[in-house]
Design a protein around this ligand. Structure first.
Ligand code: GLU
Length: 479
């Protein structure tokens, strides 16, 4: 049985890198008919927050990465970790270490000064025939606080065949006895992760390559527990456009930010999928297609670069295909942020709702925010205060075009309510052009400016037909 997991720490939002490994883990489990588990690694009590948990769960939901088990919270499993630690101590595979942080600092500095790796000095590590220091106690005779360390094998190599990077080998002399439980009794990441992956029968661990250095410890702990090893795959970091690791300072790195900025989850998934994995030349695909292709091969060894322009392009492709009623719902959320409630634009002679507006404008919008920009002119006056508006206005609404606009206004006014549709409006425009001798763009551009605040819009008759007559007359009359 293939079982994968994603194990975010709730110390912030769901990072794009974590979302990507979540997607890979999800797709891999689904591809094999396995299970995908969500685990919340909340043992960093000082930095973990409920707000982060909520954001992570919301982002997973938004992306549609449904999990078969979880969320499982590590802080609810402390008893289990304690039992495993007790067992490791009893078997001589872990031990109590009473070295204080100050003592450890001294050791570290001394090693550094000698040009050695600042590893633990094994002071409390039990070894056959080696005397251990006396346990330090307070005035009442109570032992001082201690941490628990894993007794790492002193010799030999740890080797694994990484699903992404190939064979990796690290010698045990490079790593020291890891702290697996802090003085407050809370286990550390490298220990809890092993107990959990074991208990949850995880078969494949896909995660970011910042964890490669942790893997030898984890493998040694698996072995000490007699637990079967999962297969590991470490995905390279995502780089920003400056070649540095993608980080907050360099732009949006949370899934939530993209949701807020009007991206569609299917575009986000498609983009994340391609960022470090490929299936031939396939560029645009559904998550179902990805699941059918994603067998754990073709994961890229080299870091991928985050390309906002490509993501935007991809989003635009999905915008075009998106269902109008669904877009209307998303655009309504964006409009709500601007205190606009998209009630029907008109009801006679035919109902015009936000769906109709989305249908006409979605082809030219890369995000639902852009679509909300367009939609907003149906509910409120366009912003006529910007310099770009003023410049375009001066260019298009000229003394030469004003009489034609006035004539069109009269013709539109004369249209009966029942004739207020695309055909009726097109006829009024045609007559105006014939009577004034103007070419279409010379009339269409200023009309667009006056009605929608922009010189470029979809076909002018189609756009006017979505407004109610009163609004059009009022805006043209502004001239
Ligand atoms: N909590 C770890 C992180 O967020 C999980 C690493 C892992 O997948 O093992 O980086």
């Amino acid at each position: 049985m293939i079982r994968t997991r994603i194990a975010p720490s709730p110390t912030g939002f769901l990072h794009l890198g974590t979302a990507r490994t979540a997607l890979y883990s999800w797709a891999f489990a689904k591809h094999h008919g396995g299970k995908f588990v969500l685990r919340i690694e909340d043992t960093d009590v000082a930095r973990s927050t409920q707000d982060s948990v909520d954001q992570i769960l919301a982002s997973m939901k938004w992306l549609g990465l449904d999990y078969d088990e979880g969320p499982i919270y590590q802080m609810q499993r402390l008893d289990r970790y304690q039992a495993v630690i007790d067992q490791l101590i009893a078997n001589g595979r872990a031990y109590r270490c009473y070295s204080t942080p100050a003592e450890l600092d001294v050791v570290r500095e001394a090693k550094k000064a000698r040009g050695e790796k600042p590893l633990y000095d094994n002071r409390w590590r039990p070894e056959a025939g080696k005397p251990l220091p006396a346990v330090p106690c307070d005035d009442t005779g109570k032992p001082l606080p201690f941490v628990v360390r894993f007794k790492n094998p002193a010799e030999g190599d740890v080797t694994w065949n990484d699903l992404v990077k190939g064979e990796i080998t690290i010698n045990n002399r490079e790593i020291d006895d890891l702290i697996i439980q802090r003085t407050d009794g809370i286990p550390t990441y490298n220990f809890a992760v092993v107990v959990d992956d074991w208990d949850m029968q995880i078969s494949h661990v896909l995660r970011g390559d910042e964890h490669i250095n942790n893997t030898p410890w984890q493998i040694n702990i698996f072995n000490a527990l007699g637990a079967p090893l999962p297969q590991f795959g470490h995905c390279p970091v995502i780089l920003g456009d400056d070649g540095q690791k993608l980080s907050k300072r360099r732009g949006a790195v949370s899934v939530t930010a993209y949701e807020d900025n009007g991206y569609l989850p299917e575009a986000m998934l498609n983009y994340l999928a391609r960022l470090g994995w490929s299936h031939g030349d396939e560029e645009l695909f559904t998550s179902e297609q990805m699941v059918s292709w994603f067998d754990g091969t073709h994961l890229s060894k080299s870091p991928a670069q985050w390309d906002p322009a490509k993501l935007l392009w991809m989003n635009a492709q999905y915008m075009k295909q998106a269902d109008n009623a669904r877009l209307a719902g998303l655009v309504a959320e964006q409009l709500a942020k601007r205190s606009i409630t998209p009630t029907p634009v008109r009801t006679e002679p035919a109902l015009v709702s936000l769906s109709n507006i989305c249908s006409l404008f979605k082809d030219r919008c890369e995000t639902t925010v852009a679509l909300a920009d367009w939609s907003s002119v149906f509910y409120a006056e366009p912003d006529r205060s910007t310099d770009s508006y003023k410049a375009e206005y001066a260019q298009h609404v000229t003394e030469a075009t004003k009489p034609a606009i006035a004539l069109l206004l009269i013709k539109l006014q004369a249209l009966s309510d029942m004739a207020w549709d695309k055909a009726g409006i097109a006829a009024a425009i045609k007559e105006t052009l014939a009577e004034t001798g103007l070419k279409m763009p010379l009339l269409a551009m200023p009309v667009r400016m006056l009605v929608a605040g922009k010189a470029q819009t979809p076909a002018v008759d189609a756009m006017l037909a979505l407004f109610d007559k009163e609004t059009i007359l009022e805006r043209l009359n502004n001239v």
